[in-house]
Structure formats: structure tokens, C-alpha cells
Design a protein around this ligand. Structure first.
Ligand code: BEZ
Length: 211
């Protein structure tokens, strides 16, 4: 069964490079990014893990924990982590799940048999503190993900959760936001005292509320 937006993220207990974790307990009151990579000791994955490690302070700033996964065992993750530090200029500073029995991969439908029946695709799940799935992404093995885009989506999701605004196409942090259509003008007056620009009754732009 596919995992859909708004579903509760399936819980699990797994072995990771930082010990055994229970996923929901590990998330706690944070947001979380769970991402799978096809295989240890492969080039695209090496660059992705290095990028995620370099951007960890940006995830921390947003109260987001990140966790990687592949179907390789712990000793493989540990050996590969040395290569990542050596070649990517950053040591892996987040847990990596060793999913040799594919328990988590199956739970999250990360193995797409017509792509590969042994390796996970590049899945991403963004999960909020109530453990609800807020974003799913699936990339092929040959395309490294854009981790700046994940941060951008997290900024947008957190603006919606905390300030009732949505974000337009190609929005960047600092750009104007959209007042959610479910909010009446009366409610918006109280929420956005500095006002907004009405392009159409359903398209109301306001300054980014947390800037
Ligand atoms: C890679 O990470 O480079 C990779 C992994 C599996 C298939 C293709 C590329």
C-alpha cells in the first residue's frame, strides 16, 4: 500500500549507525526527513550523503532530523562513511539505517521491482512532529537529489503550519507568500495586520510572515 500525504508515517525499530532506534521516539517533537539511497560505495550516493552532512546545520536550524537508509549492513555503512568524509569534506553526522532485511524498505515501498528488485530507489519522506507524512519524492538511482530543494519545501511546510500561508511557484525564502484560500478576509485582517495585495479574490499575496 503506497504511503500518501497526510498518512501517519509507519513506525519501526531498526539498527542504525547510531544504535537501535524506534522511529517515532527518535523523531520526538522534531520534523524528520527519511531518505533511502540504493547502495553503499556508489558515486551518486556518496555525493548525496556528503551534501546532507554539509547541510545538517540548516536542517538543525529548522528543527529537522535527517536519517538515511540502504539495504547494506552496518559494517558497510561504517566503512563507506570513511570514504564520504575523505572525499566530500564532511563526516556523516546523522544516522544511517542498515536495512539488510528490507523491513523498512518494504514498509515504505522503497523497492520498485521494475527499476531494481534488490536496491531501494531514492525515496524521500518529510514527516511533521505529529508523525504525519507531508511530502513524498521518488528519484531514480542515477539522479542525485537536490537537498536545497528539501530545505525549501521544509520552509514552505513550516510556514503553512505556523502562519497559514502557502508558497507560489519557484518561491524562495524571503519572497512573498499566498494567504491560504480557506482563510476569510476577516480572519486575514487579524493574522496579517500589515495587509496583503489582492490579485484575484483567491490570490492574495503577503510578505513572508516570519521575516
Ligand atoms: C550511485 O549512487 O551512483 C548509483 C547507485 C545505483 C545505481 C546507479 C548509480
Amino acid at each position: 500500500m503506497a504511503i500518501r500525504l497526510g498518512d501517519e508515517a509507519p513506525d519501526f525499530t531498526a539498527e542504525t549507525t547510531e544504535g537501535v532506534i524506534n522511529f517515532h521516539e527518535w523523531i520526538g517533537d522534531s520534523w524528520a526527513v527519511l531518505f533511502s539511497h540504493p547502495k553503499d560505495y556508489t558515486p551518486v550516493c556518496t555525493t548525496e550523503l556528503g551534501m546532507a552532512a554539509r547541510l545538517k546545520p540548516e536542517f538543525d536550524k529548522r528543527n529537522v532530523k535527517i536519517i538515511g537508509l540502504s539495504v547494506d549492513p552496518l559494517d558497510s555503512h561504517a566503512g563507506w562513511a570513511k570514504d564520504i568524509e575523505e572525499t566530500q569534506g564532511a563526516a556523516v553526522n546523522f544516522p544511517m539505517i542498515a536495512d539488510s532485511d528490507r523491513k523498512v524498505s518494504d514498509l515504505y515501498d522503497m523497492i520498485h521491482p521494475n527499476a531494481s528488485d534488490t536496491l531501494t530507489v531514492r525515496s524521500v519522506f518529510i514527516i511533521d512532529p505529529s508523525k504525519k507524512v507531508k511530502l513524498t519524492l521518488t528519484y531514480p538511482a542515477s539522479t542525485g537529489r537536490n537537498f536545497d530543494e528539501l530545505l525549501r519545501v521544509i520552509d514552505s511546510l513550516q510556514l503553512t503550519a505556523n502562519h497559514s500561508v502557502a508558497t507560489p511557484a519557484n518561491w524562495k525564502n524571503g519572497d512573498d507568500c499566498i494567504i491560504v484560500p480557506s482563510m476569510s478576509n476577516e480572519e486575514a485582517k487579524a493574522k496579517f495586520p500589515a495587509g496583503w495585495q489582492t490579485i484575484k479574490p483567491y490570490l492574495r499575496l503577503t510578505k513572508q510572515p516570519n521575516k
